[in-house]
Design a protein around this ligand. Structure first.
Ligand code: NAD
Ligand code: ZN
Length: 239
């Protein structure tokens, strides 16, 4: 698929009633939050299985908590970028006909003003009880309800996504006219399946990513560039 024009994508958005956006770690890269799978990403430097799985947590909860605290500190020290801001603007244009599905756990979308956000992989800012699913935003290590260990409220390898949140994401994918797929390698399932769900239901799919992904050959429009550059240009070109 060759590179499309910004104007063609802006026209497709102008012509659509319902819009869904799927974002991944790439959207936050220009804020200074490392992605996972890029050559300089987190998984090139750290062992994913030790840090983001239940086995890794049970083997060494302190190491896992330290790593999440390290990432929280980075996230708290950065700002949302122009790409996050453009998606908040797009939501204001479409109102309740807009859904933002994010795989990110950093809450930068909300800090930029997005409201309708489905966090399909949870949030790094909260902890959850391993046993009774009680969620807290403090750094309590033990659940006050059942005394089990608290853990980061994110989806780890081998774990299911929050069912109600993912069902809402699938609903938005099935009913949108245009889906923007931004800054995701589209390698992490089941979130990676949402663009194909949208396509099969008749939506036009737009990929915004500086790199080729496994999705690229299947989409209708490819904008090869970074989200903080491309997304504001799309908004600018809309009428
Ligand atoms: P990924 O690391 O697998 O892929 C990142 C993608 O972003 C790549 O395709 C890369 O080409 C693209 N990219 C890099 N810089 C970009 C930019 N400036 N603009 C647009 N695209 C850019 O990330 P993923 O697909 O989101 O992987 C999923 C998992 O990673 C999720 O589970 C998510 O929870 C987790 N994650 C989240 C964060 C965060 O919250 N900020 C950070 C790292 C990983
Ligand atoms: Zn509990």
């Amino acid at each position: 698929m060759s590179t499309s024009s910004i104007q063609a994508v802006a026209n497709a958005l102008d012509a659509s009633a319902r819009v869904c956006v799927l974002t991944g770690a790439g959207v936050s890269a220009e804020s200074g939050v490392a992605t996972f799978r890029d050559p300089d990403g987190l998984w090139a430097r750290f062992s994913p299985y030790e840090l983001a799985s239940m086995d890794g947590f049970l083997a060494n909860p302190e190491r896992v908590r330290d790593w999440y605290n390290y990432r929280r500190a980075i996230i708290n020290s950065v700002e949302p970028n122009a790409g996050h801001a453009a998606l908040a603007t797009l939501e204001r244009m479409f109102g309740e006909n807009f859904t933002l599905v994010t795989q990110n756990v950093d809450r930068l979308h909300q800090r930029a003003g997005s409201v309708r956000v489905l966090e399909v992989h949870g949030s790094i800012h909260d902890n959850r009880c391993n046993n009774c699913d009680h969620v807290r935003s403090d750094d309590e290590l033990v659940c006050p309800n059942c005394s089990s260990a608290m853990r980061p409220n994110v989806v780890w390898f081998g774990e299911d996504l929050p069912q109600d949140v993912f069902a809402a994401a699938e609903g938005a994918a099935r009913t949108c006219d245009v889906m923007l797929v931004v800054g995701t390698s589209a390698d992490v399932w089941p979130a990676a399946g949402l663009p194909m769900t949208a396509k099969m239901a008749g939506a036009q799919i737009v990929e915004i990513n500086p790199n080729h992904t496994s999705l690229t050959q299947h989409v209708h429009y490819v904008l090869a560039g970074t989200s903080a550059v491309i997304l504001p240009q799309i908004i600018e070109a809309m009428t």
